[in-house]
Design a protein around this ligand. Structure first.
Ligand SMILES: C[S@@+](CC[C@H](N)C(=O)[O-])C[C@H]1O[C@@H](n2cnc3c(N)ncnc32)[C@H](O)[C@@H]1O
Length: 194
């Protein structure tokens, strides 16, 4: 569970949908990197206002997106943005105890929440629990090596290597990292199975 000082404040939710975010972290670029499949069953942990959950729901029409967030206020904002997406399910829960069924997801996304967690082992264990064999995890967060732009303060940011190490320790494979958008990194990995 993150410390309260690091948890993103609902009062700042408009920042998640700010027009400039479309430029420095384009959802289409992230969607392409994630290679969402039509049948994917996706846990978006720390979904916020649905910046990624909504496009993922559009790309997985035969699957489902579970938008997990610990703050009701965030889920209320996301609920208001849902129009035609029938496959998006709002889940009010902590990221390290999502209440999702074991082995039920083909992809887990943690976007801009990694730096908010104190106990990465717990969140990675929960991701392992909910992933199907062969499932994938994607962790995206702010780079600590580029100048601040409306994001968390630099000393709250963590390097991609931190996420890569946590995934390796938990037995994930095919762990890779790339920069994405102007200020973020994306780490992806697979769990067991194919
Ligand atoms: C910075 S926002 C990112 C939202 C979204 N992923 C995005 O990139 O637009 C972080 C979100 O994670 C949620 N969050 C923080 N700690 C959480 C926890 N322990 N469990 C679940 N959600 C959490 C916050 O409520 C907030 O909505």
């Amino acid at each position: 569970m993150p410390t309260e000082s690091k948890r993103f404040d609902v009062a700042n939710a408009a920042r998640l949908d700010a027009p400039e975010r479309l430029e420095f972290l384009p959802p289409a670029e992230v969607m392409a990197a994630l290679a969402i499949q039509p049948n994917d069953s996706i846990a978006d942990i720390g979904a916020g206002t649905g910046y990624f959950a909504l496009p993922m729901a559009g790309l997985a029409p035969n699957g489902a997106v579970y938008a997990v967030d610990a703050q009701d206020g965030m889920l209320d904002l996301l609920r208001k943005k849902i129009t035609t997406e029938k496959n998006i399910h709002l889940v009010h829960a902590e990221g390290d105890s999502t209440s999702l069924k074991a082995a039920s997801c083909s992809l887990a996304l943690l976007a801009n929440i990694w730096h908010e967690f104190e106990d990465h082992g717990r969140i990675v264990a929960e991701v392992k629990r909910i992933l199907k064999p062969g499932g994938r995890v994607a962790i995206l967060d702010w780079r600590p090596d580029v100048e601040r732009v409306a994001g968390p303060q630099l000393d709250h940011r963590l390097p991609a290597e931190d996420a890569m190490r946590a995934l390796a320790n938990a037995g994930f494979s095919a762990i890779r990292s790339s920069n994405i958008g102007l200020y973020s990194w994306l780490v992806q990995a697979s769990f067991g199975g194919v």
